[in-house]
Write a protein that binds this ligand. Structure first.
Ligand code: XMP
Length: 555
């Protein structure tokens, strides 16, 4: 097995909604007017199907498989066989789930799983379902077993255990358990409370009572990788390079001679979407970058510099600052700000897009988490497309087909692809920035003056955070300009200036976040630079609120 890639290090999950749409509602409304092309990702020449039985960890299972360089997709447990036909399936993983096999209406194992003769890994409920379906016995647990346990191997030398210690800490979360194994199965591992914590047969059908996908099972990633390579015979072909080659071919296939437009925000997802499509069809792509006047210092220049000059992408740079600031005139309410910005974006985008002839495709940076969220797990219905956050709504008058090359990728895979495409780290590894930009970091009315003040504060925060090598450890770090003024003294003079707040958070997915314990010296430096270099600000505070109950942005 020396040729296979080593286990990839566990990375911090970055799959969440990073740039949640301001314009989501408007854009979803418009989506009814678009057509969604049939997509047929090949996923290298091998794929694993994760059948979701309702576990909160299904997505984690998929991530672990992808981290082992094997393509996989999550399907609802009742997905019809035809839904999997476009994939070259090498094995199945059955997730856990909240049900008990004894309940009426408990999710069943689709017949095609065992009929296929392919290896199957059943996790928790998935294991109980295997036992139940194959003639073993499952008993309701009187007590839930929840938390840490230690599994001892019962079958050293099994392919599943390559490179692993004979005992391993695992994480359990189950009520029912397997008490009699189905015919042909042997016990591969046990814990103090579960005599059959792992079972398997010669056909590569394996059950695990514990959760190998969570970080609390430290050798879980290795176990999953062993299943993929040594039981399913996968080769680990899912790499950014292969993805790019496949994706380029697919985009060419879909688009033919057609023209594609793409709204570029400067954020990670739209940037990488544009770079990938540019690699595939070059001049047939036109990107539209709407400068809403709410961007950070030098941001517009950087986007134009990277995409137009360095990558020679057709880029229309629209300076629409006046339109946005007019729309925000006198607006104080945060939701009203979002609405005004969203509507203005659509108007501006539409005007520009209408000038481009023969457009039939709209590129969007939709990611896999969006697709999973919008797939109905109840019915197994085809995915309803949810608009991507970066695109501020779709042109109302146009009927466009969507090109969504990142639709099967997690956020960290997108970043890997961006790096493999040669995009600068500065773009690929940047912190999220909200669509409404600085408008939701200025409390109260947005004016040109306040925007300039905030840009100066923000610049100092970034400079110091990067200087202290903290940028990549933080989910976001930025300044907020409040509408509070306070009295201060500088030299012998009384001052009456703005209160600026610093916000720096750690997070895995923006759904929850904690305030970052920034070193005092860094905070001190930021504070002293702001009050010295930004004359309108005379006081700086640090926001020590987690999310919940706070949000990351102040508005
Ligand atoms: P909150 O402030 O809700 O933010 O904790 C969670 C994440 O979403 C970003 N955010 C937005 N992104 N439009 C966007 O594109 C918005 O209206 C918006 N509001 C918040 C925020 O920066 C954080 O990463």
């Amino acid at each position: 097995m020396s040729t296979r890639p080593g286990p990839t290090s566990r990375r911090v999950a970055t799959t969440g909604d990073v740039e949640v749409s301001t314009y989501l509602e408007i854009a979803e409304e418009k989506l009814g007017q678009t057509t969604v092309p049939g997509e047929t990702p090949k996923g290298g020449d091998e794929a694993i199907v994760v059948l979701d039985f309702g576990s909160q960890f299904s997505r984690l299972i998929a991530r672990r498989v992808r981290e082992a360089h094997v393509y996989c997709e999550i399907f609802p447990h009742n997905a019809p066989r035809e839904a999997l036909e476009r994939l070259n399936v090498r094995g199945f993983i059955l997730s856990g789930g909240p049900a008990s096999v004894f309940e009426d209406g408990a999710p069943q194992l689709p017949a095609y799983v065992l009929d296929s003769g392919l290896p199957v890994l059943g996790i928790c409920y998935g294991m109980q379902l295997l036992a139940h379906s194959l003639g073993g016995a499952v008993e309701p647990g009187l007590l839930r077993e929840y938390g840490h346990a230690v599994v001892h191997q019962n079958a050293t030398g099994h392919a599943l255990f390559e490179g692993m210690d004979s005992s391993m800490p695992v994480w359990m979360s189950h009520g029912d358990k397997v008490t009699v194994m189905p015919p042909g199965f042997s016990c591969l591992g046990y814990t103090e409370n579960s005599p059959v914590a792992m079972m398997g047969n010669d056909a590569g059908v394996i059950g695990l009572q514990f959760h190998p996908e969570v970080v609390h099972t430290p050798s879980g990633a290795q176990l999953i990788q062993n299943f993929l390579y040594d039981v399913c015979g996968c080769g680990g072909l899912w790499t950014p390079g292969n993805f790019i080659d496949e994706s380029v071919a697919r985009i060419r296939d879909q688009v033919g001679d057609g023209r594609v437009i793409c709204a570029l925000s400067g954020g990670v997802d739209s940037a990488i979407t544009a770079a990938l499509i540019n690699r595939a069809i070059g001049d047939q792509l036109t990107c539209i970058f709407v400068d809403n006047g709410l961007l950070r210092r030098e941001e517009a220049e950087r986007v134009v510099g990277t995409f137009k000059r360095a990558m020679s992408i057709n880029l229309i740079h629209v300076d629409a600052a006046d339109q946005f600031l007019d729309a925000l005139d006198g607006v104080v309410d945060p939701e009203q700000k979002r609405k005004q910005i969203g509507e203005t974006f659509i108007r501006v985008f539409e005007d520009v897009a209408e000038e481009i002839e023969d457009v039939s495709f709209l590129a969007q940076g939709t990611l896999y988490p969006d697709v999973i969220e919008s797939t109905s797990h109840e019915t197994g219905a085809a995915a309803k497309i949810k608009t991507h956050h970066n695109v501020g709504g779709l042109p109302a008058a146009m009927r466009l087909s969507l090109v969504e090359p990142l639709r099967y990728l997690f956020k960290d895979e997108v970043r890997d692809v961006g790096l493999a495409l040669g995009l600068p780290e500065e773009i690929v590894l940047r912190q999220p920035f909200p669509g409404p930009g600085l408008a939701i970091r200025i409390i109260g009315e947005v004016t040109r003056e306040k925007l300039e003040v905030l840009r100066s504060c923000d610049w100092i925060v970034m400079d110091e955070i990067k200087g202290a090598n903290l940028y990549r450890q933080l989910w976001q770090s930025f300044a907020v300009l409040t509408d509070t003024r306070s009295v201060g003294v500088m030299g012998d003079h009384r001052t009456y200036g703005y209160l600026a707040a610093i916000r720096a958070v750690t997070s895995e997915d923006a759904m929850t976040a904690d305030w970052a314990r920034l070193p005092y010296e860094v905070l001190a430096k930021i504070s002293s630079r702001i009050v010295n270099e930004v004359p309108e600000v005379n006081r700086v505070v640090y926001d020590i609120t987690s999310k919940p109950p706070g949000t990351i942005e102040w508005e």
